[in-house]
Design a protein around this ligand. Structure first.
Ligand SMILES: [Zn+2]
Length: 412
């Protein structure tokens, strides 16, 4: 499970961006920031649940394609204060389209890998299964002794300082071209002199780190924000895949994944699971404001409820197993410190999943309190994406009304 450190890092990135645009008439879009923030926390780790390669940067860049569709769907909701508590409100249209949600999702994944690479104790940054580097590795790229090439280094430094004074005034385009020129020529010089040209730091390692882990995610966030600002809410083009086809695809993917899980080929199963958030979000996608949805929510809500009931049921069964035989559970799955610790976590999960199961059953019966329970449990299970999709679906205006109106009016 990703630690809270990821979250604090994310806040440390997004808060200055908010400050920067605080007094502008178009402050930075908070939904873009949130998509970045949450994927910086669990993006690659959530991918890992379904597909091992998804925890590598290259795998996550692929996994983010379906995953970001889910976050794009999520952007049609916002949190509102009510007299009693908070409520998830359905704004009726996505604010962040798929492409921009993808940029923010990938940016989050990059930051996640940076924290993993820096603070997991010499673990690599996790670029790809066949190619990887750790902080230690990039620190061996460069010699450390000062040589006569220091003269060339000093020339670069002076040129960069004076050049920056000019290009920063000229704006973004000139500045980024300037950066590319300096990095390019210095790297060539470093290679030509077998890295003797570098100064106090391992300069080429600094270039690599700064571009991959600082520049890339911040530019992705900034680009997504600029695009979202340019399009008014609701003017995003809608996906053109038929909802019924998407639903059939979702079920087919689920079945295929199940088959491969049963055959113990978890990595192949992961491929199929990867597609689920993708197809699911087409199913969940908004329709034209005012027009009836192409798939009745009367069918969709029970279908997703059944899926989530099954997931909660699985966790319930696992919790029972952890309580009855914590030692076996610890060796087969996961040990929480000690057998006693595993048992304690099992007890907590029994309580949570019992409430969750009760909520699911009550929701089938259109009970509004149970709707709230499923939403809380679904949000807690954000990690698995699908339960949270249900929580959002239950917040859609028309779905919410089923739970609030008396039974007679429901048919209308
Ligand atoms: Zn991770």
């Amino acid at each position: 499970m990703p630690g809270i450190g990821h979250l604090i890092f994310g806040l440390c990135i997004v808060i200055p961006l908010l400050y920067l645009t605080k007094d502008k008439n178009k402050p930075v879009n908070y939904k873009v920031l949130f998509i970045y923030f949450v994927n910086n926390y669990l993006g690659p780790d959530a991918a890992h649940v379904y597909w091992r390669t998804g925890h590598y940067l290259i795998g996550f860049i692929a996994f983010a394609i379906p995953l970001s569709l889910f976050y794009s769907y999520m952007s049609r909701f916002s949190l509102h204060r009510t007299a009693h508590f908070f409520d998830i409100a359905d704004d009726g249209a996505r604010e962040v389209n798929w492409k921009n949600a993808y940029y923010a999702t990938v940016a989050g994944g990059i930051s996640h890998r940076m924290i993993d690479g820096l603070f997991h104790g010499n673990s690599p940054f996790g670029f790809a299964p066949w190619f990887d580097l750790s902080l230690e590795d990039i620190n061996t790229w460069v010699g450390y002794e000062t040589s006569t090439w220091i003269v060339l280094d000093m020339a670069f430094i002076v040129f960069t300082i004076i050049g920056a004074l000019y290009v920063l005034r000229e704006g973004f385009k000139k500045s980024i071209s300037f950066l590319a020129i300096i990095v390019g020529t210095f790297t060539i010089a470093a290679l030509a002199t077998f890295f003797d040209v570098t100064g106090g730091e391992r300069d080429v390692a600094v270039f690599f780190f700064s571009i991959v882990f600082i520049l890339a995610p911040l530019l992705l966030i900034a680009h997504a924000d600029r695009e979202v600002q340019a399009h008014a809410l609701g003017s995003q083009p809608r996906p053109r895949i038929n909802r019924w086809i998407s639903l059939v695809m979702t079920i087919a993917l689920g079945v295929m994944a199940g088959v491969f899980f049963a055959l113990d080929r978890t990595d192949i199963a992961g491929f199929f699971v990867c597609g689920i958030p993708f197809t699911l979000s087409f199913v969940l996608d908004e329709h034209k404001p005012g027009a009836p949805p192409r798939i009745s929510r009367k069918f969709l809500v029970p279908f997703l409820l059944a899926l989530v009931t099954a997931i909660v049921g699985l966790f319930f069964a696992a919790a029972v197993a952890a309580i009855i035989d914590p030692v076996w559970f610890g060796t087969e799955f996961y040990e929480f410190g000690s057998p006693d610790g595993t048992r304690l976590v099992g007890i907590i999960f029994i309580v949570l999943t019992s409430v969750g199961l009760a909520g699911c059953i009550g929701s089938f019966l259109h009970n509004s309190k149970c709707r709230a329970i499923v939403m809380v449990i679904g949000t807690l299970a954000w990690y698995l994406v699908i339960p949270f999709g249900l929580a959002l679906l239950l917040s859609e205006k028309e779905v919410k009304s089923w739970f609030e109106k008396p039974a007679k009016e429901k048919a209308l």
